[in-house]
Design a protein around this ligand. Structure first.
Ligand SMILES: [Zn+2]
Length: 274
């Protein structure tokens, strides 16, 4: 029994009872942990404004055996710019989904938490495409969790690839595959093998190995962005053995937005009100 304070982010909330809520925190000190926030949904609750979903700050708890009761919270960042944007919100939920799996209970994983926070910061404050932010986050989180795809040697035979012809990417395997029929065949038996450009491989390799503060400091063409969107989420799904559908939600939202824009533009490309 006793009190403890952790620094972290609210990564999930589940309502219970009339006014209470279970919170999942991803903390610097103890990794993932659950706590009970009594009365947080009551009007005027001090906890409500300081311990909402996505809030980063300090959380004090009363601990009894493996149960934690949230006693106070002090927010230092609420990512308001994400909350007020439906599309960004969908992406943020996708990042939290993944981070909750990578950061396990009672085990600090500061690198993963820092990646999550940097990503939310970029999504909130930087003028970047949310899809670009998502791919960078996914590639980086894969690397720090030990699942970076191979980009320079064939994932089947181990032969070095000099950016030669016929290189494929095995989305259900370990990364790139050389052009030999044996390797292609072996990789195809477990999953899709797609064509991959040197630009996409360069981006994957950069984000996997760059400094923590530099994961968004690269530029890619629209074609490479599209390529990464068809490779990275699926590769991540295979490596983590789980579908993260919040990202699909975000993509669907984007597609819907594009359709609306096309409709507004009409046939001749001029914008018009609908
Ligand atoms: Zn090979």
């Amino acid at each position: 029994m006793g009190y403890e304070t952790v620094t972290g982010i609210v990564a999930r909330e589940v309502d219970t009872g009339d006014a209470d809520r279970y919170l999942t925190l991803l903390s610097v000190e103890q990794g993932r942990l659950e706590c009970y926030a009594r009365g947080i949904r009551r009007q005027g609750s001090k906890l409500a404004s300081q311990a909402g979903l996505l809030t980063y700050g300090e959380f004090s708890m009363y601990v009894n055996k493996d149960r934690r009761l949230l006693t106070s919270a002090k927010s230092s960042e609420s990512f308001y710019g994400i909350r007020k944007d439906v599309e960004k919100c969908a992406y943020a939920m996708h990042f939290l989904d993944i981070a909750r799996d990578v950061i396990v209970e009672a085990q600090a994983f500061p690198q993963a938490l820092q990646t999550l926070l940097n990503t939310l910061y970029a999504l909130c404050y930087k003028d970047l495409q949310p899809g670009f932010v998502a791919r960078a986050f996914e590639m980086r989180i894969l690397a720090i969790a030990g699942f970076a795809p191979l980009t320079d040697i064939c994932s089947v035979c181990g032969a070095p690839l000099g950016g030669g012809k016929g290189i494929g990417f095995a989305v259900a395997g370990g990364g790139v595959v050389c052009g030999s029929a044996e390797c292609r065949g072996a990789a195809s038996r477990v999953g899709r093998v797609v064509a991959v450009s040197p630009g996409a491989l360069k981006a994957i390799s950069y984000v996997s190995g760059c400094g923590a503060g530099q994961i968004f400091q690269f530029e890619i063409s629209d074609a490479v962005a599209k390529e990464l969107s068809s490779i990275v989420p699926e590769y991540l799904r295979h490596q983590f053995g789980k579908a993260y559908d919040k990202s699909d939600e975000a993509e669907r939202y984007r597609a819907f937005e594009r359709e609306m824009l096309d409709l507004r533009r009409g046939k001749n490309g001029d914008a018009k009100a609908i």
